[in-house]
Design a protein around this ligand. Structure first.
Ligand code: PNS
Length: 170
């Protein structure tokens, strides 16, 4: 029996703080971009979280590191994620799960988002095992204390972090 096909474009949103982007995020972007026609990496504008980098700086770093991916774009949003997703015509929200500890928070968000807009589905990808312990917060702490984070963040992000936290020249 022939399978019906439609030509609708599937847009996915990958939201987060990205303060800054790590190689764990990048791994998810690469894998997520294969599942949708267009992936929008969306930075939450939330100054209450006291970010290390401004939204503009995070946008700049993200745009640079996603340049190799043809179907990935970067944007920022405030307000409800599902409203932003809807404005962008997205049917999918993409999130990564690193460990069991992420599950409860992610479940809560996914269920709330589904209640707000049932037509948008949250899809979870398991973090690559090499990144299952990695967070932006930890990277900032380790660099700030003089530790080596080679391979955990893109080189341009490492340089920006060392500039911001250790005063090294860019
Ligand atoms: O990388 P993070 O900081 O865990 O990302 C959290 C994010 C941005 C996905 C989440 O805070 C979010 O969606 N905020 C927007 C506000 C919102 O929609 N809240 C209701 C659903 S929980």
């Amino acid at each position: 029996m022939p399978v019906a096909t439609t030509s609708t474009t599937v847009v996915g949103i990958y939201p987060g703080s990205f303060d800054p982007i790590t190689n764990g995020h990048l791994d998810l972007i690469e894998r997520g971009a294969r599942l949708v026609d267009q992936l929008v990496v969306a930075i939450l504008q939330n100054e209450r979280k006291k970010p290390l980098f401004s939204v503009e700086e995070r946008m700049e770093m993200l745009c640079e590191v996603v340049r190799p991916f043809e179907n990935v774009v970067v944007d920022c949003f405030n307000g409800l994620l599902v409203d932003f997703a809807s404005r962008r015509g997205a049917r999918v929200i993409l999130r990564g799960i690193r460990a069991v500890s992420d599950y409860e928070y992610e479940l809560q968000m996914a269920l709330m988002n589904r209640r707000l807009r049932p037509e948008i589905e949250t899809v979870f990808l398991m973090a690559g095992e090499a990144f299952s312990f990695l967070s932006s917060q930890m990277v900032k702490e380790v660099i700030g204390l003089g530790g080596d984070v080679t391979g955990l963040v893109p080189p341009l992000v490492e340089a920006r972090l060392k500039h911001r936290l250790l005063g090294e020249t860019l």
